[in-house]
Ligand binder design. Structure first.
Ligand SMILES: [Zn+2]
Length: 93
């Protein structure tokens, strides 16, 4: 069995491990419901991808759950539309 020749100091171990870390996931906003979504993936909240409905989000819900979800989606869309309707004046310096 291979046996290490020398003891590794804490510094050298630390230097080796400085490149070992998890990067945070990059997120984009869904153009329909403005939820945080990973790029090139279907939005799980509204089921849309590239402007088309891919998943029927309301399909497997009960009547009560569906009502809540529909309300949530409508609210999000309204907020998003309101945001995009306001012209961006901060860039014109
Ligand atoms: Zn969405």
């Amino acid at each position: 069995m291979a046996v290490p020749r020398h003891r590794h100091t804490r510094a050298s171990v630390g230097q080796r491990r400085m490149h070992i870390f998890i990067t945070p996931a990059t997120l984009t906003t869904c153009p329909k419901c403005s939820a945080k979504v990973r790029p090139h993936t279907i939005c799980k909240k509204c089921g849309f991808y590239k402007g088309k409905e891919v998943i029927n989000v309301l399909g497997k819900l009960t009547k009560k759950e569906r009502k809540v979800k529909e309300k949530e989606i409508q609210k999000n869309e309204k907020e998003h539309k309101h945001d995009s309707a306001v012209p961006d004046l901060t860039n014109g310096k």
